[in-house]
Design a protein around this ligand. Structure first.
Ligand SMILES: Cc1ncc(COP(=O)(O)O)c(C=O)c1O
Length: 375
């Protein structure tokens, strides 16, 4: 399969590692490996200290699969869950396995590019676009039914949403499931930001746990703050489909990195502590961020995120956002992500608020606005 340039990864690979402050990261502040190991219970510490660097079970370390299934509560950790190298490999394997060329797929956009562009290379797709109104970004899911065709096989959703932080309600999710059930459609639910809802009542159930054709995607990267582990997973009730998807892993990574599996296991066993550390950073940053955008409301329009650690405000000035971001980077060493990377051409940009150095990013952004006479 020929794939187009991955705009986001391409843009960031040239900037993210060569800047002072990444102000657009979609993951939480990363953990030090030594701090994760300190959390290990004696049994797992023993496994870690005696770990052999051999191939691991293709589906994933059995202890890791069992730990994951405590979340989804599916019949079998070994038949309903498969781990992958990050969420990215899981997306590639699942979409390539499920989609045939005569199928039709509905994708909520803008989105992480592979969620739209892998299906687009394989079959016809329809996009349901996000709306921006009165300081809010949202999807009108009542429009999904008008997009369904007789050959619609799959609907791809992502909540909390990248890049806006939008969420849907449990009632909206249930209606989407009812509609999909009626038409025999799979739902691929990218849940990589789950756990970072700003109000915990907004946390949605795992789609894999409540829908027989639901597929949940999870990863250690975003809400956990451990992207360097490259451990992601798929959970679903449909064993046959999972078996077919896991077959594709044999052609890709074969198995995970053995140390990463154990570090993920330790992190998942200590999920509550990790989650409260992350929400603490996120909540403090969100206050600063909202204050900044309120103070500069003549220049920016703020759209309130409901979950995740990213938001998608808009530059109101008559200045292309791509150029604004480039200038900011060159002058202040701060990286923002222009909305054009998500094929949004309305001067939006993505900010990340999961990192400990975010307040310094705001100081530099403010200095930049003054030095450019924009305030
Ligand atoms: C919504 C979404 N899904 C999947 C991914 C891929 O995650 P990973 O880098 O852990 O493979 C990303 C990364 O930014 C993402 O934002």
């Amino acid at each position: 399969m020929k794939l187009p340039i991955f705009k986001l990864e391409d843009y960031l690979s040239e900037r993210e590692f060569f800047c002072d402050i990444m102000f657009s990261g979609s993951d939480m502040e990363s953990f030090l490996m030594q701090d994760i190991i300190k959390l290990a219970n004696p049994d797992v510490l023993n496994i870690w200290n005696n770990l052999k660097l051999e191939y691991t079970l293709p589906l994933g370390n059995p202890l890791l699969l069992e730990e994951l299934n405590k979340k989804y509560k599916l019949n079998s950790a070994f038949e309903n869950i498969c781990t992958f190298t990050g969420a990215e490999e899981a997306i590639y394997a699942a979409l390539n396995t499920i989609i045939d060329k005569n199928d039709h797929v509905i994708v909520l956009t803008p989105c992480y590019q592979s969620l739209r562009d892998i299906p687009k290379q394989l079959c016809e797709i329809s996009e349901l676009k996000i709306k921006f109104e009165n300081g809010k970004s949202f999807f009108d899911l009542s429009e999904v039914s008008s997009l369904i065709k007789s050959n619609t096989k799959l609907i791809i959703i992502n909540f909390p949403h990248n890049p806006t932080g939008a969420l849907i309600s449990i009632n909206e999710l249930n209606s989407l499931i009812e509609l999909s059930r009626k038409h025999g459609i799979y739902i691929f639910s990218d849940e990589v930001y789950r756990g970072l809802e700003h109000n915990k009542e907004d946390k949605l159930p795992y789609v894999a746990s409540i829908y027989e054709k639901g597929i949940s995607l999870g990863v250690m990267s975003k809400s956990y703050g451990m992207p360097g582990l490259r451990i992601g997973w798929l959970a679903m009730q449909d064993k046959k489909t999972l078996k077919n998807i896991s077959n594709m892993k044999h052609y890709l990574s074969i198995c995970n990195s053995a140390p990463s599996e154990i570090l993920s296991l330790i992190a998942l066993q200590n999920e509550d502590d990790i989650n409260s550390r992350n929400l603490n950073i996120l909540n403090k940053n969100l206050i600063l961020l909202k204050h900044f955008f309120q103070e500069h409301k003549r220049i920016f329009e703020w759209f309130e995120p409901k979950g995740g650690c990213i938001a998608f405000p808009k530059l109101k000035l008559d200045l292309p956002i791509y150029d604004f971001c480039e200038k900011l980077r060159l002058k202040e060493g701060v990286v923002l992500l222009p909305g054009n990377i998500f094929d949004n051409n309305e001067n939006h940009f993505r900010v990340g608020y999961g990192r400990l150095n975010m307040s310094e990013a705001l100081i530099r952004l403010k200095r930049f606005l003054h030095s450019e006479n924009l305030v």
